[in-house]
Ligand binder design. Sequence first.
Ligand SMILES: CC(C)(COP(=O)(O)OP(=O)(O)OC[C@H]1O[C@@H](n2cnc3c(N)ncnc32)[C@H](O)[C@@H]1OP(=O)(O)O)[C@@H](O)C(=O)NCCC(=O)NCCS
Length: 172
Amino acid sequence: MTADDVTYLPEAPAHDLEIEAINEEAFGPGRFVRAAHKIRERGPHERALSFVAVHDGAVIASVRMTRVAAGEGRALMLGPLAVKPAYKNIGIGRRLVKIALEAAEAWGAPAVMLVGDEPYYGPLGFKRIPRGQISMPRPVDLGRLLAVEIQPGAVAALTGMVDHEDQMKVVA
Ligand SMILES: CC(C)(COP(=O)(O)OP(=O)(O)OC[C@H]1O[C@@H](n2cnc3c(N)ncnc32)[C@H](O)[C@@H]1OP(=O)(O)O)[C@@H](O)C(=O)NCCC(=O)NCCS
């Protein structure tokens, strides 16, 4: 197969079980204690901004996006991103990130952030968030906190603890 045989679709509830299996294979049980997971379990992800790659009717890769807030800043958090091992290294991961970034921009997201490897995400436009500017609910390597700024000043507006945006709305 080639990358041309892959279809990219917005995520639907029918994809949930296959996505869970892909993430389990990619990250193992450790995924439940990751800093980003702690945020994701505090509210829903945005299905319309999350995407799957499909080949022969099966989901082979997934990227999810979740609304987050930190201080006055708002962003989408990208992840998990995972590709089935048999389909790695043919550009599916990069394509999913690009599709998710385009959708985020069209939706009006100020920024997209994530916890991930700079060598992978750097060429896709992600830059390090200055050390100490934001913190996560679990320890992370600060060099792995990356963001793409869509609206000027949006990354600088992200300060302090990152949480699901819905949790910020609860306080009043
Ligand atoms: C990381 C992952 C999503 C990449 O998806 P993919 O479809 O295989 O990647 P692509 O085909 O788009 O890109 C492949 C390139 O990225 C590189 N790459 C893959 N993972 C990388 C990483 N962690 N850091 C740096 N480069 C990486 C490959 O070496 C390859 O380089 P090349 O183009 O110079 O040959 C996939 O390997 C995966 O699911 N890994 C397990 C889960 C994971 O680590 N997710 C990311 C969490 S932040």
